[in-house]
Write a protein that binds this ligand. Structure first.
Ligand code: TPP
Length: 564
């Protein structure tokens, strides 16, 4: 059998650990899809649209470390740019593959379907992709495919960012050589030894002069690959308090005695806010300080930061490039001395555990009762997805038992992300129980993807919290645009079952109904369960209101003198 460009891509994808490829077909990618389908280690997953396809791949990358999304030219790719943007901002290597026009058409100045309609000018999509990926390649000749495909994939894996590969429709089936050894694309760049040594020494010296060091963990810790274990080692060697940013929840074990809470300013948990404010040195590991994570800049730490990033470390008075996070943490953990002063302080500041009163079965459902019941089902095998909205605040309040995972998209913040992302994630982790908390507004954005959960028999539990509107936006800035059309969400599952599906759609108006529905969800293993949880329109978290006010204030800062 002749080996082709499409086969080359398929073999590379399989060799870097991809087992599922997310697709929406179109005439520019059909031959390519045949080639991917033919690879024995790849399973094709069809999505309802390209936005969902890209977000499903985004979720798959969270579970698998890398993912691929294959779409058609422009009408497909431009929708998939959204999930690609998410992967960029969330530091996930998503490989976006788009079919492209026949290589003869540009020179012949043909006007083609699915394009902007300027005859012969088809580079616009590649140029747009350059802005939202770390490496974009457009293959113009089959002979270039191995080099360009390898370059894009290698860059994506190294940078933990998406890449873009455009394959013209008439090249997917063109003859191509076989890929070389996979190490050429997956081997990471190791630290520069001298820089690593100097960074460790300098950091140890810096910390030796400090009395109250605190470690702050951010979401790029996990994205760095393998650094989580090293962080625990460093924390234990230092014996100090460890606070975690909301987007990094679960990246440091919450049952670890040194975990002091989620650092999110006034809306955080435990004593994280007080501990960070009290620290005289803050070791920031993969942190992201944006307006949301700093509560409209009110929680931006105001002491000099020592920052360990994926590939460099920076602290007051020094910077070291090409130092890998994991290696740096490991090296530093052998050079620090134990100092438990922050844990003594935490012992004094630690708040008493919050007990949520258990509702009676017939009590109308409340947000707090939902939290109580979801908390009870979190186990070592659970992954909880929390959607943009009050679900962020509800999820962050929960306590993760050892092994439980938490997924949040706080940098990109695309409402509707959780449905396709959880679908992608759960395909890669069938052994885990995937639970989604999503608001009604967010659900309406990507609802179709629930039908793929039915089709591929993925047992996801969707807790759709219906407060009849965009409540998070109400708290930032209200207007009639924050009201939405109510749906009969539970009945939607009948639509998606389409005669042969076995998914369940349930409605919970009371605490007892929610408990029963959660039980049904646990027993439904061959499809999703959607539970519409009805709560009062005004029932939202204190944290959301507080956060909303500060974010609104940050948004409303007047232009500075001299600015338009
Ligand atoms: N469009 C996209 C794609 N993403 C966004 N984040 C927004 C618009 C702005 N936005 C942020 S949150 C939100 C909107 C419209 C409403 C979320 O409402 P819902 O899912 O019902 O959650 P709730 O706040 O009610 O808990």
């Amino acid at each position: 059998k002749r080996f082709t460009v499409g086969d080359y891509l398929a073999e590379r994808l399989a060799s870097i650990g991809i087992r599922h490829h997310f697709v929406v077909p179109g005439d520019y990618n059909l031959v390519l899809l045949d080639k991917l389908q033919a690879h024995p280690d790849l399973t094709e997953i069809g999505c309802a649209n390209e936005l969902n396809c890209s977000l499903a791949a985004e979720g798959y990358a969270r579970a698998n470390g890398v993912s691929v999304c294959v779409v058609t030219f422009s009408v497909g790719a431009i929708s998939a740019f959204n999930g690609t943007g998410s992967a960029y901002s969330e530091n996930l290597p998503l490989i976006l593959v788009s079919g492209g026009p026949n290589t003869n058409d540009a020179g012949q100045h043909h006007i083609l379907h699915h394009t902007l309609g300027h005859g012969g000018e088809y580079s616009y999509q590649y140029e747009m992709a350059q802005k939202i990926t770390c490496c974009a390649v457009a293959i113009a000749r089959a002979e270039e495919a191995p080099r360009l495909i390898d370059r894009a994939i290698r860059h994506a894996l190294l940078a933990r960012k998406p890449c873009y590969i455009e394959i013209p429709t008439n090249l997917a089936g063109a003859a191509c050589v076989r890929p070389g050894p996979v190490s050429a694309v997956i081997d990471p760049v190791v630290s520069d030894n001298a820089a690593l040594e100097a960074a460790g020494k300098c950091a140890a010296e810096y910390l030796s002069g400090k009395l109250k060091p605190v470690i702050l963990v951010g979401p790029k810790l996990r994205r760095s690959g393998g650094a989580e274990a090293e962080l625990v080692k460093l924390a234990e060697a230092m014996g100090c308090a460890v606070a975690v940013q909301p987007a990094a929840k679960g990246m440091f074990p919450e049952d670890h005695p040194q975990f002091v809470g989620i650092f999110w300013g006034q809306v955080g948990t435990g004593a994280a806010d007080a501990m960070v404010a009290w620290a005289d040195a803050l070791i920031c590991v993969g942190t992201v300080f944006n307006d949301y994570s700093t509560v409209g800049w009110t929680a931006m730490p105001d002491i000099p930061l020592m920052v360990a990033e994926m590939d460099h470390v920076t602290f007051p008075g020094a910077h070291f490039s090409r130092v890998r996070m994991g290696e740096f943490l490991a090296s530093l953990s052998t050079q620090v001395t134990k100092n438990d002063s922050t844990m003594i302080e935490y012992g004094r500041l630690k708040p008493d555990p919050v007990m949520i009163h258990t509702a009676s079965r017939n009590d109308l459902l409340t947000r707090k009762e939902i939290i109580r019941q979801v908390q009870a089902i979190l186990g070592k095998d659970t992954t909880l997805f929390v959607e943009t909205g009050d679900s962020w605040f509800n999820g962050v309040q929960m306590t993760l038992p050892r092994g439980a995972q938490f997924e949040i998209e706080m940098q990109w913040g695309h409402i509707g992300w959780s449905i396709p992302a959880a679908f992608g994630y759960a395909l890669r982790h069938p052994e885990r129980r995937t639970v989604v908390m999503v608001g009604d507004g967010s659900f309406q954005v990507t609802a179709q993807e629930v039908s793929q959960m039915v089709r591929y028999k993925v047992p996801i539990t969707i807790l759709l919290i219906n407060n009849r509107g965009y409540t998070i936006e109400v708290e930032i800035h209200d207007g009639s645009y924050n009201r939405i059309k109510n749906w009969n969400y539970a009945l939607l599952m009948e639509v998606f079952n389409g005669g042969d599906g076995v998914a369940k759609g349930l409605k919970a108006d009371t605490a007892g109904e929610l408990a029963d529905a959660i039980q049904v969800a646990a027993e439904t293993r061959d499809g999703p369960t959607l539970v519409e949880c009805t709560i009062d329109q005004d029932d939202c978290s204190r944290e959301l209101i507080t956060w909303g006010h500060f974010v609104a204030a940050a948004n409303a800062r007047p232009p500075r003198e001299g600015q338009a």
